[in-house]
Design a protein around this ligand. Sequence first.
Ligand code: ADP
Length: 490
Amino acid sequence: MAASEAVPYAKTGGLADMVSALAIELTKSGHHVTLLMPGYRGRAPSESRQLAMRLSIPMDGKPVDVTVEEENVFVTGALHRLRVLFVRYDPYFDRPGLYQYDHHDYPDNLERFVLFCRAVLETVRGLIETRAEKVDVLHLHDWQAALCAVYLKTLPHEYKGLEELKVLLTLHNVGYQGTFPGHQFVKTGLPPSLFSPSGLEFYGSINCLKGGIIFSDAVSTVSPTYAKEIMTPEYGCGLEGVLANCADGVKGITNGIDVAVWNPESDAYLPAQYSAADLSGKQTCKRALQRELGLPNRDVPLLAVIGRLTFQKGFDLLIDVIPEIMSLDTQIVVLGTGDHHLEQQFIAARARYPDRIGLCLGFDEGMAHRIEAGSDMLIMPSRYEPCGLSQLYSLRYGTVPIVRRTGGLADTVVHFRPSTVKSRCATGFHFIEASTDSLLSALLLSLHVYKERQTWQSLIHAGMITDLSWDRSAKLYVDLYRELQRGRES
Ligand code: ADP
């Protein structure tokens, strides 16, 4: 697997959780997984990290020396370890942020991920040639790894020995395509003929994700609804035509979560633990969260927001309804970082309602856990959401999600309606339009149901007992890997 993020090493969003959790689940079920990612600045490397290979990567005609470091991670319940290989080239990766600093993308992101992708392929070849290992499938994640497929399929003379390797590309968010000005194409080292509409060219720019989609053997995404949505102009972000040409379509496999890390019964970030059978610890978490974010300890509905503050996430809709929500007896806690403008709006809202709104601008893993545990409801008004993880954590932590009916949100939250309440499977609230009115109606309904304690308990309970583990989804990925292999053999 090649990806630009994986917990606990580097994370800006759900990609990091998904990559690690899938790798761990596959390892547990007996598969030998090697995860390749850039060796960023950050956590001190573990003592067991060792030099695995030295590579020479052609960049802009000149060779660049890259090292690959290896860490073998113990996985509970597995017979062997998960191998993580870090592509280390400090001028590119030893930086304060992963892709940007101070809200600005690094100007050399194309070169950084060209180097990463070429190093991935060289490493795979090294494993086959020097360690006599067998590599069945290369599973790529998002645009940062997508160019691996392009190099592999278009420069076979440079990657001898890898001709048989099958490639799966998983799209975690079609909104992030890795686009760069066309004049930079020379930096990829790819033949100029590939800078064309049937290759990586996209309205005059280079589009790494497009290249990955065209040259991978199979393409998947992280929920069935998003797989359908991205075939339409509304959600395909311009790639709907390219996606429509994928020979076997785009398969949607819903993400699971790491149920060992996200477990309210053992979560060390929480001031108290709890379970579906005994929710008393959740009350303790709520009071502690109110104190931590400077809110009075009151028994009122506590609404939460966690996520990147971007247009995609629809938090601007929430900003618009805050005065209405504040006219009711509620509190809101917000954890996020992102668009400067949205951050300023949340700061202004907090200043206006200091004892009703708690705000944490920044990235804080522990705080995310404490908010999931201490809140009553989580709001996700996303304009689009490939899968979404925060709502899954909410379900597990007994926090009722209120979500826009799109992508993975539609697939994972069971909408409150008479039939689902009767069958005790409702787990949250959907709204359809990406509008303030639609969001407000769902919020008002949820606040009304909150008062019906028995119904509310049933929502909490149904969410907490939902199977969110990776077990089922990892099996679907294995089926996909096997299909690819069969394709190779036939
Ligand atoms: P996306 O990948 O689009 O950002 P997801 O819902 O799939 O959205 O995943 C978001 C992940 O990032 C979740 O694990 C969530 O807890 C975490 N997260 C988002 N923002 C923050 C933050 N400011 N601090 C801590 N964790 C965050």
